[in-house]
Write a protein that binds this ligand. Structure first.
Ligand code: MG
Length: 486
């Protein structure tokens, strides 16, 4: 009797790794598609309230799935943000963040260390077909390209689309718009450059076509697709069909072409009857590049943008879609791109490495509607320095620094830290430090505890980087809370 019970229990344990929402049908391990925009602001989708950018496909994806309001990238610039997404670890742990350069440059001789375990490696281990399409920015030399980091296939740009140029052609034409012929960036397939100066106007369209091909080819086996769009990073390019498509101008055209690609991917999943077997995530690597004005995006009500540690730099739009399995709705829990690694590892039946610190948490209870996201704290680093910490609704800034402008080389050290209640004040306008010394004391303890667990590692971004002239950062102590807006 006992043995029958035991065998039944073991059989159930194998067949039903765990139970879906409301004890419904068992959850099969899903295919995973992560769509990662570049420099898209929190406010740049119509479902996030943008008045003149139309994103009907992402809006539908959000209404069928989940839209998270408090979802963060792990850094405010490209390379460290991508390192964190791929590994579930803060970039400080892999050496993938620095002050100069803040990202890998075109001729950087290095990349994400091979000792790191990427999501692609973890999923490949349990039989997933893997592909990276789009912007990589975790190492240009062949030995650091996606195929060396767990991806079976790669098609895309190795770094940002502004990292090469033809000097003879001005970057902007007479109309002030970017000239694609001036932007010399290589398109790579596998490890080989297939177009030394690709026509960036075709990139978004080609990434989508490549995604559809990959999905169709692997429809009968589990797959992981990491689609990291080159856009809407400046310079902005879109294909013919999307020229003057948007009321928001060129930036809107570019976002609407990405949205169209999302629609094609979701339609293809439906046609192949893979929709109920596929988790699709859409988010962005960092906030809008505000210095480019109309060519940069919008963080909506959030303060500042790309490069900074106010909310606009790192809080991103985040949409999750997995029909019949995800509990649809707006999720106001805290989450991060760091969490995608442990969450996908769990959902796909892979192994979480136990020999290293993983900073992500498994947010699957919130996705499946069985519980809340366990994330209560978010750390905001600028390069190797901890600038701010959010715990619950409160965020304390120990340092701040303008993300651009004449004051960009000045770092303000706040004692007491600036304190904002992100529930009452998501725009970080009203410093309430004087009223809540107990909150500051608690966040300081959390920061100290966290920093004790950060072991210095070799910096990868500075390796082989020749500085013409290092500009010194000036640290200015601010003893009293500074006025709310600089
Ligand atoms: Mg970026």
């Amino acid at each position: 009797m006992i043995s029958i019970f035991f065998r039944t229990a073991v059989a159930l344990f194998i067949v039903l790794p765990w139970i879906g929402p409301a004890g419904a049908a068992p959850v099969e391990r899903p295919n995973v598609i992560i769509i990662f925009a570049d420099d898209l602001g929190w406010g740049d989708l119509s479902c996030q309230g943008h008045p003149t950018i139309a994103t009907p496909n992402l809006d539908r994806m959000a209404s069928e799935g989940q839209r998270w309001t408090d979802f963060y990238s792990a850094a405010s610039v490209c390379t460290p943000s991508r390192a964190a997404l791929m590994t579930g670890r803060l970039p400080i742990r892999s050496g993938m963040c620095a002050e100069t350069p803040r990202v890998l440059v075109a001729n950087s001789p290095t990349g994400l260390p091979h000792s790191e375990i990427t999501l692609a490696e973890a999923l490949k281990e349990v039989g997933y077909a893997t592909m990276c399409i789009g912007k990589w920015h975790l190492g240009r030399p062949a030995e650091f390209l996606p195929k060396s980091q767990g991806f079976d296939e790669y098609f895309g740009l190795p770094y940002s689309n502004d990292m090469g140029r033809f000097k003879k052609i001005p970057r902007r034409g007479k109309d002030g718009e970017p000239d694609y012929r001036a932007c010399r960036v290589p398109l790579i397939r596998g490890d080989e450059v297939i177009e030394p100066a690709t026509d960036q106007r075709q990139l978004t369209k080609r990434y989508t076509e490549e995604s559809l091909r990959f999905i169709k080819t692997h429809k009968d086996e589990p797959f992981f697709l990491y689609l990291a769009h080159t856009m809407p990073h400046v310079p902005l390019f879109r294909s013919e069909k999307f020229v003057d498509h948007s009321r928001r101008g060129r930036y809107g055209d570019v976002v609407e072409e990405i949205d169209d690609g999302v629609g094609q991917i979701l339609d293809t999943l439906r046609q192949l009857k893979l929709d109920k077997k596929t988790l699709v995530v859409f988010t962005s690597d960092n906030g809008p590049w505000l210095v480019f004005k109309e060519h940069g995006g919008s963080a909506g009500p959030l303060r500042d943008g790309k490069g900074g540690t106010f909310e606009g730099g790192m809080r991103e739009p985040a949409v999750f879609w997995w029909p019949n399995t995800l509990a649809p709705g707006i999720v106001r829990d805290m989450g991060s791109t760091l969490d995608l690694f442990p969450t996908c590892v769990k959902l796909c039946g892979a192994q979480l490495p136990d020999d290293r610190q993983i900073d992500g948490v498994d947010i699957s209870p919130a996705l499946l509607g069985t519980g809340k996201s366990p994330r209560e704290t978010m750390f905001f680093y600028r390069a190797e320095k901890l600038y701010a910490v959010r715990h619950g609704a409160y965020k304390a800034h120990f340092f701040t620094r303008p993300s651009y402008g004449k004051d960009a080389m000045t770092e303000y050290e706040h004692d007491p830290p600036l304190l904002y209640d992100l529930g009452q004040d998501p725009g970080e306008k009203y410093n309430i430090a004087a009223k809540h010394p107990e909150v500051i004391a608690q966040i300081k303890r959390i920061a100290e505890q966290h920093l004790k667990g950060v072991v210095p590692v070799e910096n990868q971004l500075e390796k082989g980087y020749r500085l013409k002239k290092r500009r010194a950062v000036k640290t200015v102590p601010v003893k009293k809370p500074i006025p709310d807006r600089e």
